[in-house]
Structures are given as structure tokens and as C-alpha cells.
Design a protein around this ligand. Structure first.
Ligand SMILES: [Fe+2]
Length: 243
């Protein structure tokens, strides 16, 4: 069944985390206390925003170098993250804006409210962006982020992850999510991951190591496909906006 008039498929809310998930402590204050109100979308949500490549800087898709001093590079395991942005029918979405942000290899963010003891890397900013090609492909180069502790329970740690924001063909396809790494045991300890209702759903957020795309003596590759709507939509972070 599709929404009208946009033609976008409804999201399956049982596949996504509930807004209120007390083991993820801040969801208690963030989640709405009243039932959401359904509103029909209008032209502004159905048709925009539109992004073109002229907004991109030459190193936007290279987090290893885009904050580094001349001749320097970020510290950490070098990786390529690539995949496709797909619509509900499995078709690649061209010209989707994919924005990413992450901690450095020690698990520390470059943010004024960061409190973790791990040091900043002077050559790593932690932000990047790319626009998908005509088939919905994207790729960026970065370093593998480290896990980090966060003030939730007495000893909670986030698994290594990269945050993603994706603008598809319209606001109706906006998605914010997180990507995890194949084989990381911390995934299964995380209270945020634990808000996702099923193991099958969690596994859609785990990027697979892909040795075929690895560049010898340079970088390993991880593959992460993203589905913006429909019954197999990639998990939306547990907040109600966009659902
Ligand atoms: Fe994070």
C-alpha cells in the first residue's frame, strides 16, 4: 500500500524501534507522550529537496584526509564504505545526499560536549558527504571508528559505528541511521541496538566485510546497502520524526 499522492510506501512500524525504550535512557524524555497526528504530505515533502554535486568539496568523501594537515592523514584502520541507496522496490536512488559522521579510531568525537578520555586526532574531523550516482551507488573512505562509553547505565559502550543521514528523492524518504561492523561483539551489548525488535532487523545495519573491494596495502572494504522506505526499510533511529 502506498501513501498518496507521493507514491511512497508506508513504513512498517513493528520492524523499527518503539519511540519509548527505557533501557535507552534518553528515549524516556524524547518520546512523545501523545499519539502522533497523521497529516497528508504536500508538494514540498513529495518533491524536494534536490541536491547537486556542486555542493560537494573535493575531499568531502575522504574522511582520511578532509580534516588533515597537508601531507598528513587520520590515524586508524583505513576502510572504504560503499553500497547502494535503494527505494522500496529495490531501485537505486540517484542524487541522494549521504552524510556521515563518526568518532575517531580511539572512539572520541570532535565535539565540545565530548567527555571520553580518548584523545583527539588532530588530523581527523569525523564528517563527510557524498551524492549517489545514477544507479544509487555511494562510496567514501574513512578510518574505522572505535567503540566508546556513554552515560546510560553504569557501564554501557557503543559498538563501533558510523552515523548516516540520507536524503532520497524527497523529505518523505529521509532516513537517519547507524552502520555497524561485521563481527563486532559490542553490537549485541548495546542498549540502543537492543531497542530494535528483531535480530534480523539488527543485521540489516551490520556492514559486511568485502575483501573483493579491498585495496591491497591500503584499505579494507565494508558494504552497506540502505533502503529508504517499504517493509525492508533500513532501521530509523528510535525517534518518531520521519516515521
Ligand atoms: Fe555515535
Amino acid at each position: 500500500m502506498t501513501d498518496k499522492p507521493s507514491g511512497l510506501f508506508h513504513r512498517d512500524r513493528s520492524w523499527h524501534p518503539a519511540a519509548l525504550t527505557p533501557p535507552y535512557k534518553t528515549s524516556v524524555k524524547r518520546s512523545p507522550a501523545a499519539a502522533p497526528i497523521s497529516m497528508p504530505s504536500t508538494l514540498s515533502e513529495d518533491t524536494g529537496p534536490v541536491f547537486t554535486r556542486d555542493i560537494l568539496g573535493p575531499q568531502d568523501a575522504d574522511l582520511i584526509h578532509n580534516f588533515a594537515s597537508e601531507g598528513q592523514s587520520a590515524i586508524g584502520p583505513r576502510i572504504i564504505v560503499y553500497g547502494r541507496v535503494l527505494d522500496e522496490n529495490g531501485r537505486g536512488i540517484p542524487n541522494a545526499l549521504v552524510e556521515v559522521w563518526q568518532a575517531n579510531a580511539g572512539g572520541r568525537y570532535r565535539h565540545k560536549k565530548e567527555s571520553y578520555l580518548a584523545p583527539l586526532d588532530p588530523n581527523f574531523g569525523g564528517c563527510g558527504r557524498v551524492i549517489t550516482d545514477e544507479h544509487g551507488n555511494y562510496e567514501f573512505h574513512t578510518i574505522q571508528p572505535g567503540p566508546y562509553p556513554w552515560p546510560n547505565g553504569p557501564n554501557d559502550w557503543r559498538p563501533a559505528h558510523i552515523h548516516f543521514s540520507i536524503f532520497g528523492a524527497s523529505f518523505g524518504q529521509r532516513l537517519i541511521t547507524q552502520m555497524y561492523f561485521e563481527g563486532d561483539p559490542m553490537i549485541w551489548q548495546c542498549p540502543i541496538v537492543g531497542t530494535i525488535p528483531s535480530r534480523e532487523a539488527i543485521e540489516t545495519l551490520v556492514a559486511a566485510l568485502d575483501m573483493r573491494r579491498t585495496v591491497p596495502m591500503d584499505a579494507r572494504a565494508y558494504k552497506f546497502d540502505i533502503v529508504l522506505r517499504g517493509v525492508r526499510q533500513t532501521m530509523f533511529e528510535n525517534r518518531m520524526e520521519g516515521l
